[in-house]
Write a protein that binds this ligand. Structure first.
Ligand code: AHR
Length: 495
């Protein structure tokens, strides 16, 4: 029997809702088809946004949406995407499949989408191929409420009042697709570009995000932090989970054996090590800890589905992805004092998507259900928790990883929310939970579980879904339970 301790008296930090954030790039069928179908589409839409997708994302509790990229951001020229649609420039999306980008989804459409979703905004600016003036004017266009050329242009294009930008990224992957820069050079460039990202709205200071490291590139973090620590509120780490660790052959999203499953989970757990190590580097440069960690691209990355455009990064999503999402969100929760935002890649039809679409059909993936289960944690207070656990061997990695991972939070009424991931493909786990200084009044629980290969598709959209969980016994100060193999369980404890 594993011991699970929750200490609601040990209040650690508020869990920023933006840890549950998402990312939508002009890539494959994420924006076009997946989110935006245009006003004239037969697919039910409001101002061009698919109603089914918008409703599902709202239901899931999407707090913030990053746009327009990704690699696309450093080739995006915002003026191509404003004004009458007939006159908008058509361009090649060179990074992603070489398809025509008609710019029908631009700045106005992005803010309309966020309005419909009721979520906050995170815009990524172009440092790689854009000018300081272009970035400066974009921010003026979006946020200035006065007389100026860009505010006038916005009004002419139909938006009288300025919008609000919560986060602004100054470049993306500047070590790679965003310009192949060295950290010292990027750090200087960040300061120059950022100077002209003005705060026009006296009631809203834009949170500026510097491009952070690729995985374990600690040198990048150190050098960039040295330069930007007085000018950035966040630095953004990117880390993707590839089952094989090999970009040439990443592995299939649906056909994998248990060794590859374990290797995927083992590699997803690397997030914990990366967070700790990057935070240590950040602290050495900025002991006051002003600069927060952002993980604005994370998730599984497999070979594309056979027969689909390799540049579209379309992949299926199974219970393996649900386990990756659940353990990663538990890791983020546990670092809630230092992580300001995280954005899974990507919202619809790309990489570890929460939604897949095909014409007018929509499928909610196992990853979607995890985000929906975990939404209770948003803006709660993280509390102390600890679980004993077996370890599982990942033969491919010559490493072990924990079978169980948990996190716990309390809401303003003192109710406790506990999410537990059992990462084992085959083994259930018996646990005994004790909650300090607590008399339990009632417990409700729900579960997402199945075989590691289980998925939802257009023929069987509800094969994997959350159901009530009753395999637990309430105790005076906690509960006992059997957590099935390959599962995610949420307990809601009223005291
Ligand atoms: O999410 C897909 C791509 O992965 C993004 O465009 C880029 O930033 C990263 O390399």
């Amino acid at each position: 029997m594993e011991k699970y301790l929750i200490n609601p008296n040990q209040k650690i930090s508020k869990i920023n809702k933006d840890i549950y954030g998402h990312f939508s790039e002009h890539l494959g069928r994420c924006i076009y088809d997946g989110i935006y179908v245009g006003e004239n589409s037969k697919i039910p839409n409001v101002n061009g946004m698919r109603c089914d997708v918008v409703n599902a994302l709202k239901e899931m509790g999407i707090p913030v949406l990053r746009w327009p990229g990704g690699c696309f951001a450093d080739e995006y020229h915002w003026k191509d995407g404003v004004g009458p649609k007939e006159g908008r420039k058509k361009m090649i999306n060179t990074h992603w499949g070489g398809v025509v980008e008609d710019n029908s989804f631009g700045t106005h459409e992005y803010f309309e989408l966020c309005r419909q979703l009721g979520c906050d905004t995170y815009i990524n600016g172009n440092v790689g191929s854009g000018s300081v003036q272009e970035m400066n004017e974009w921010v003026e266009y979006m946020t200035f409420d006065g007389v100026s050329p860009m505010a006038e242009l916005r009004k002419q294009n139909g938006q009288d009042k300025p919008w609000k930008i919560k986060y602004f990224g100054v470049g993306n992957e500047s070590w790679g697709c965003g310009g192949n820069m060295d950290p010292e050079y990027y750090g200087c460039l960040y300061k120059r570009y950022n100077t002209y990202v003005r705060d026009y709205d006296g009631n809203n200071r834009i949170k500026r995000i510097a491009c952070g490291p690729n995985g374990s590139d600690y040198h990048w973090t150190k050098e960039v932090m040295d330069k930007v620590k007085h000018q950035a509120q966040g630095i953004a780490l990117h880390y993707y989970t590839l089952p094989t660790g090999d970009w040439g052959h990443k592995g299939s999203s649906t056909e994998f054996d248990i060794k590859e499953y374990n290797s995927t989970i083992c590699k997803a757990y690397k997030m914990e090590e990366l967070i700790n190590n990057h935070l240590a580097v950040m602290d050495s440069v900025n002991p006051q800890k002003w600069v927060k960690l952002i993980i604005d691209e994370w998730g599984t990355w497999y070979d594309v589905e056979p027969g689909t455009n390799p540049g579209f990064l379309y992949q299926q999503n199974t219970m393996r992805d649900a386990v990756v999402a659940a353990l990663t969100l538990n890791i983020f929760n546990k670092h809630a004092d230092r992580i300001m935002m995280a954005n899974i890649a990507q919202t619809v039809n790309v990489l570890q998507a929460v939604i897949l679409t095909e014409a007018d059909k929509m499928v909610l993936t196992p990853t979607y259900h995890v985000f929906k289960m975990y939404k209770d944690h948003q803006e709660n207070t993280l509390v102390g928790s600890y679980i004993t656990t077996d370890e599982i061997d990942s033969a491919n990695d010559k490493k072990k990883f924990p079978q169980l991972l948990e996190s716990a939070s309390v809401d303003e009424n003192g109710n406790i929310y506990s999410t537990i991931t059992n990462t084992s493909a085959t083994k259930s786990a018996k646990i005994k939970c004790q909650i300090a200084d607590t008399k339990v009044k009632s417990i409700k629980a729900e579960i997402l579980t199945g075989d590691i290969h289980d998925k939802n598709d257009f023929e069987n959209a509800d094969a994997v879904k959350t159901v009530n969980f009753s395999d637990f016994r309430q105790l005076k100060d906690g509960f006992t339970a059997t957590i099935p193999a390959c599962s995610v369980v949420k307990f809601v404890i009223e005291k």
